[in-house]
Each structure stands twice: as structure tokens, then as C-alpha cells.
Design a protein around this ligand. Structure first.
Ligand code: AMP
Ligand code: MG
Length: 485
């Protein structure tokens, strides 16, 4: 389909206009295309060649508003690091409308009514990070918003003192941009209940259409979101993903990973790792993520409790841990090539022990699973032990692992097939992104595009990039990033 043939649909304007602002983007100077994602194009049936035309850059830069598209920003509130902030919103993101139920949104498009002290811009480095990681998470099977394209510019943007960076825009796509924080905003004021009901109906239509018109639908929507979020957390934890800023305004009502900031995929395993430099207390540390997700869902329950049975919502939330654990165990069993039906609960102990062993051994988390998948037998472990700073804890763990593998008595090939599906060769770490960013800041976007290709096909070989399948070089491992983006 040609760009002009895209059909935009906007249902958000059914809500009261105090919940959004219709506005135009403020274009960047000298915009240019850096990259586009073919697999994201497929979601809206957009011809790939269209992305290589000047009008495509104009479209992302807000200079070309397509037929049926009415740009708007959404308001929301949120708990940031545990404290309620009554008004946040799309301070730099502009929605263009939905195509094929994918809401297109440009991030970094200038000031909006909700910009507060911000400048409405996004710098190149953070835009590359969001663009690549959105597509990577999808390729790993982890629910996420998507990214269709990335443009750069010569537009100066100031973040840290004395440094000038340049502005960029990511064209993001999501089945929904509604956040828990959106409910927190709607719940306030004199028509709170009515506004909440309208928003809940909107979210049901957008993300839970099978619930339209049925009894107790708000509570059902809540329970489905609890399920989705518990599973999402299990995927993050099993793959060592840390979001970094799990404020309620960054929690999706559709159970997706949204708003990529100072995130990281764990390098060497560290249970209490904190990837966000600003998170002094470790509220959003690796190990805290499921607890925080539950805390955020409790905030939602307080708000939805105004239009449905609060006690019932809280009763359902009690299932969070067991749902989370079940999903986590299932993924970890796949990653270890074990069959939970054969070994049952003993696998949980083995997994907990593995995490301890990985931490004591200082072993790269995802590389461990990739090397485990490649082992020819369990008697020659050198490829794994050589990755460990301290070998003994890992050696000990393998003694336990061998016992369970032997007791399960499944064929080696079977186990390998199971593991291959769960253990990608490549997991995109921050140091890889940093290399692509450094080149991009010097005007060379080849590595950004190569990394996108690896990110989108992490189970493939990519012979030229063997080094990215190896443990993170120690000088780059487990570093923190700041929120500034
Ligand atoms: P985040 O935690 O990065 O998702 O952002 C938190 C809030 O700050 C949201 O309301 C954003 O829209 C807003 N924000 C972040 N960066 C900027 C910026 N450069 N200009 C305007 N608003 C921003
Ligand atoms: Mg956000």
C-alpha cells in the first residue's frame, strides 16, 4: 500500500476533549531517514519502497499529515518512583491515528500541552535504543510496542551541560497507548466515575473486544490485565530484561512493554542489579520488577474500584504471584531443556540454585543459556566454565542438573530442540547499542541497521557478528544508564 492509501481511524475523540490535545508536530531541521523496519511495515501493509521516499521522512517529521489523520497528544497521571504526580502526558509524543488497529505515534515531535519542563524532543541515542529494542523484544516473543522507522536531524538538543546532541523521531506503533496512569488521571475531578467508565469502555473496545457489553466487564478487564502482566514479568525475568522506570505511567493497559528508557538486558547475572542510574534506592531493580508490577496493578485496582467491586479486584490480584511463577517456571524449564511434567517442583530449586551459581560465578546470563544449548554432552563443560570468573559454583550446579537430566531420561536431541527455541544466539545488550550509537553520532548508520537485523532475527547465525554472541566485555558489563533521553 502507498503512504497516502493508509486509512487512519481515531476513536479517542469519543472521550471528553479535556483528555487530549489536538496539535501539530514541530518539525526537526534537516530530517533524514536512518532506518525502517520491514516487519513493522507488514503490520500496516505499507510498501517498503514507500519508506525510502522523501515524503515518508516528511510524514514522520510531521510536515505531511495524511488523509484521516488528526494528530493529538494524550494526558495521563502516574506514580513516579512511588509518588503520585497528578498530571503527566505525552510531553513529546504525538498520535496520528490507528491503521489496522495499530496506533501510530511519533516520539520527539516537539512541545505539547503536557511537556511540563521538557523540550518535547528525543535525542538520537535514546531513539536508537527504543527503535531497536522494540523490534528485538517482539522477535524474542515478549509483548511490546513496535517501531516502524527512525529519522535523525541536525536539530540541536541539550541534555547534559555543555553537550549538544541532535533530535530524532521514532515512529512507534502499539495496539494501545493507554496506561495505568491514564486511569489515575481520569479518576480525578467531579465526573470521575463517568470518565472512568468512558475510558474503561474505550480500553475494552481497543484491547479486550471480547468483553464488549458483558456483565462485570471492568473487573474482567482487570483480571485479564493481571494475567497478562504476570506473564510479561515472567518473560522479562526469564530473559534478564530490566525496564528501569516502572512508573504507573509506563505500565500498559494492554500488558505490553512500553516506553523504553534506561533499560538493560542483564550482562552477568546479578539479582539486585539496578540499570537506572537515577534509581538510587533500587525500586526498579531486577528482582523487584514483579513486586512493582503488582504494586502498580494495585494502584489500578484503587481507581477501577470506583466503578467496580474493589474487593473482588484485590482478591483477583492475589493470584499474581502464582500466575507469575507458573509462567516463569515454564520458560526457565524450556531454557534448561527440562520437562516440568517429569521433574515437577524439584526444577524450581534447581532454577533458584542456578541463579545463585550464575551470580557467584559471575557468568553472563543469556550467554549461559546459549552455550548450554550448544553443549555436546554434560561431561565437557569447558565452554561454559571458561565464561565464568569463578568456576566452582557452576561446576557444582551442573552436578545437580545432571541428576535431573538423567532422571528425566529424555533424548539429548529432544532437549536440544526445546532449548534452541528458547535460547537465542543474540540478546541485544547496552554495549552493542552504544557502539551503534557512537557510529550514528558520527553520521554512520550501518551498524544501527545491522543491529536491527540481528535484533529482529536473534536465533539466526549472523556470522560476521560472532563477537556479539560472546559474554559482554567486562569493562562494559552491568553499567547504569541515566534517565535523560
Ligand atoms: P518517561 O518516564 O521517560 O516515560 O517520561 C515521563 C514523563 O515525562 C512523560 O509524561 C513524558 O512525556 C515526559 N517527558 C520525558 N521527556 C520529555 C521531554 N524531553 N519533553 C517533554 N516531556 C518529556
Ligand atoms: Mg513514559
Amino acid at each position: 500500500m502507498k503512504l497516502e492509501e493508509l486509512e487512519f481511524k481515531i476513536d479517542y475523540f469519543e472521550l471528553d476533549e479535556k483528555f487530549y490535545q489536538k496539535l501539530d508536530a514541530t518539525p526537526l531541521n534537516n530530517p533524514h531517514l536512518i532506518s525502517y523496519s520491514k516487519s513493522a511495515c507488514d503490520l500496516i501493509d505499507l510498501d517498503y519502497e514507500e519508506c525510502e521516499t522523501p515524503k515518508f521522512v516528511k510524514f514522520i517529521n510531521g510536515e505531511l499529515v495524511l488523509k484521516g489523520s488528526v494528530p493529538y497528544s494524550m494526558v495521563y497521571a502516574g506514580h513516579q518512583f512511588g509518588y503520585f504526580v497528578p498530571q503527566l502526558g505525552d510531553g513529546r509524543a504525538i498520535n496520528l491515528g490507528a491503521v489496522n488497529n495499530w496506533h501510530l505515534q511519533t516520539k520527539g515531535s516537539g512541545l505539547t500541552r503536557y511537556s511540563r519542563q521538557g523540550d518535547g524532543r528525543a535525542v538520537l541515542r535514546s531513539s536508537i535504543r527504543e527503535y531497536i529494542m522494540s523490534e528485538h523484544m517482539h522477535a524474542l516473543g515478549i509483548p511490546t510496542t513496535r517501531a516502524l522507522a527512525l529519522i535523525g536531524s541536525t536539530h540541536p538538543v541539550y541534555r547534559s551541560y555543555g553537550e549538544t546532541e541532535t533530535g530524532a523521531v521514532v515512529l512507534r506503533m502499539s495496539p494501545s497507548w493507554v496506561r495505568i496512569g491514564t486511569f489515575e488521571f481520569f479518576a480525578r475531578g467531579k465526573n470521575g466515575e463517568e470518565n472512568l467508565k468512558n475510558l474503561a469502555e474505550y480500553v475494552i473496545k481497543e484491547s479486550y473486544p471480547h468483553l464488549i457489553g458483558i456483565e462485570n466487564r471492568y473487573a474482567k478487564m482487570y483480571s485479564e490485565l493481571v494475567d497478562k502482566t504476570a506473564k510479561l514479568m515472567a518473560q522479562w525475568m526469564a530473559y534478564g530484561f530490566m525496564h528501569g522506570v516502572m512508573n504507573t505511567d509506563n505500565m500498559s493497559m494492554a500488558g505490553l512493554t512500553i516506553d523504553y528508557g534506561p533499560y538493560a538486558f542483564m550482562d552477568y547475572f546479578e539479582k539486585h542489579n539496578i540499570c537506572n542510574h537515577t534509581d538510587v534506592e533500587g525500586r526498579y531493580s531486577y528482582n523487584n520488577q514483579p513486586h512493582i508490577a503488582k504494586w502498580n496493578l494495585e494502584v489500578l485496582a484503587y481507581n477501577l474500584g470506583k466503578i467496580s467491586d474493589f474487593a473482588k479486584l484485590m482478591r483477583y490480584l492475589k493470584n499474581f504471584e502464582s500466575l507469575h511463577q507458573k509462567e516463569y517456571l515454564s520458560i526457565m524449564n524450556n531454557r534448561l531443556g527440562l520437562d516440568e511434567n517429569l521433574s515437577g517442583d524439584s526444577n524450581l530449586d534447581l532454577i533458584v540454585e542456578l541463579l545463585g551459581a550464575l551470580e557467584s560465578a559471575r557468568c553472563d546470563y543469556n550467554c549461559f543459556f546459549y552455550e548450554l544449548t550448544k553443549l555436546e554432552n554434560l561431561d565437557s563443560l569447558s565452554s561454559i566454565l571458561d565464561m565464568c570468573v569463578f568456576r566452582e559454583p557452576m561446576q557444582k550446579w551442573f552436578d545437580e542438573y545432571k541428576k535431573i537430566v538423567q532422571a528425566e531420561n529424555r533424548s539429548f536431541e529432544n532437549r536440544k530442540i526445546q532449548m534452541k527455541k528458547a535460547n537465542p544466539k543474540f540478546v541485544i545488550k547496552n554495549y552493542m547499542l552504544q557502539e551503534a550509537i557512537q557510529n550514528a553520532e558520527n553520521g554512520d548508520f550501518e551498524l544501527t541497521n545491522e543491529l536491527l537485523n540481528i535484533a529482529q532475527n536473534p536465533f539466526d547465525e549472523h556470522k560476521d557478528y560472532e563477537r556479539y554472541a560472546k559474554p559482554t566485555p567486562v569493562e562494559h558489563a552491568n553499567l547504569q544508564l541515566s534517565c535523560s533521553s
